[in-house]
Design a protein around this ligand. Structure first.
Ligand code: SF4
Ligand code: SF4
Length: 377
């Protein structure tokens, strides 16, 4: 897992004493709107607290959203034009969904001569303004640019092999030299859908930085918040103990480790297992599902077919079964049985619930040597 963090970019720091308001221009590319739903479920803090300006130290957010804004049609477009003219200051851009390659229509390599487009928001003089064009017009003037969800960060499902739209992530579209008005590369919060609190927390951290209240949060070399994506799913999974002892689920609904049912958790950077989906509750393995690697740049192609056992699991699961399963687990069981008795219970346990007699000779022998080693330390 890569945990290296980038240096703070050369900042063209604004004179942003105390921000009263920050405008959030939320654009939609090739998406299912699931990221918006996730953010609506954030609890730490909830989006509505940010919109009401109730969070100490953070400016009030004014959301200009393709679905949630009350304004529609031309009234909605007014906000985008105002941001482009520099009348909404400061503003940040959030992209949900992948960036479609509209150029491949114009240059005739696809759908030649149709004059069509993939995704547009509004039109000018009868010409659709594609989301891709809005990004080109608005991102350079934004205080920060956020890509939310795996479609916007790396391309995701719309960019899967064989897609017709040339879909890609925002970083691919803007290029490695892109910097926001205040010097930041694209900030990536992946996930399909991402954890809403991951996104809100990242935005809040960047806003604190833009006001000069905190240092730049740590981002890894792919622009992910390092404190959220620095560990694998597996390291935070409540089923990892089963994996370590070589005990695996045979079918959905079993409580053990799911790797033999197709879980990619050991190699995937995601904090779903430790954070949960909403307010610490839910999440993939918590609800009995396998990790399909949805936060990763290689998703979905490099994780397909979904729900098939990862080839690497053949070796690691076999080793866990043979070594931990054959030797370590039985030894732990003997130690556990001993520690489950008070020092008074050398023979029968005086429980009225069930009979528990004296330890076996084998258990007593193992625990005799175990205790000697333990007390010698
Ligand atoms: S279910 Fe997946 S993430 Fe959890 S312990 Fe097993 S392999 Fe690791
Ligand atoms: S645990 Fe895996 S499938 Fe679930 S959100 Fe994280 S990366 Fe996606």
């Amino acid at each position: 897992m890569t945990t290296a963090t980038v240096e703070a970019p050369t900042m063209v720091m604004p004179k942003l004493d105390k921000l009263e308001k920050v405008y959030v221009i939320w654009l939609a590319g090739g998406s299912c709107d699931g990221c918006s739903i996730s953010v609506l479920g954030a609890t730490n803090p909830p989006l509505e607290h940010l919109l009401a300006g109730l969070v100490p130290g953070l400016p009030q957010l004014v959301l200009w959203h393709t679905v949630l804004s009350l304004e529609s049609g031309r009234d909605y477009l007014k906000g985008l034009y105002a941001a482009e003219r520099g009348e909404l200051q400061p503003y940040v851009v959030v992209l949900e969904g992948s960036v479609t390659n509209e150029a491949q229509i114009k240059d005739g390599s696809y759908n030649k001569g149709s004059g069509g487009f993939y995704i547009a928001i509004g039109e000018e003089n009868g010409r659709p303004i594609t989301t891709t064009e809005w990004l080109d017009r608005l991102c350079p003037g934004a205080a920060a640019v956020f890509a939310i969800g795996t479609c916007a960060t790396w391309g995701g499902v719309p960019a899967a092999e064989g897609n017709a739209t040339g879909a890609m992530g925002l970083m691919d579209h803007l290029g490695k030299d892109f910097r926001s008005k205040y010097g930041l590369p694209v900030i990536n919060v992946p996930g399909c859908a991402p954890i809403g609190d991951n996104f809100i927390e990242t935005v809040a951290s960047v806003l604190l930085f833009l006001q000069g209240l905190t240092p730049l949060p740590e981002f890894d070399e792919l622009g992910r918040p390092a404190w959220l994506f620095g560990e694998t799913v597996h390291r935070g999974c409540t089923r990892a103990g089963f994996y370590e002892e070589g005990i695996f689920a045979k079918e959905y609904g079993d409580k053990e480790c799911l790797v033999e049912l197709g879980c990619w958790g050991p190699v995937v950077a995601c904090n779903m297992a430790s954070r949960g989906a909403i307010n610490g509750v839910g999440g993939c393995m918590q609800m009995g599902g396998v990790c399909i690697g949805c936060t990763m740049p290689g998703f979905p192609d490099k994780f397909s077919p979904a729900f098939a056992k990862p080839p690497g699991a053949e070796i690691s699961a076999l080793l866990a079964k043979r070594i931990a399963g054959t030797f370590i687990r039985p030894l732990r069981a003997i130690t556990g049985r001993d520690k489950d008795r008070s020092i008074r219970w050398t023979k029968e346990v005086p429980s009225g619930w069930a009979a528990r007699g004296a330890p076996s000779v084998f258990d007593s022998a193992v625990n005799f040597f175990y205790k000697r080693i333990q007390k010698s330390r």
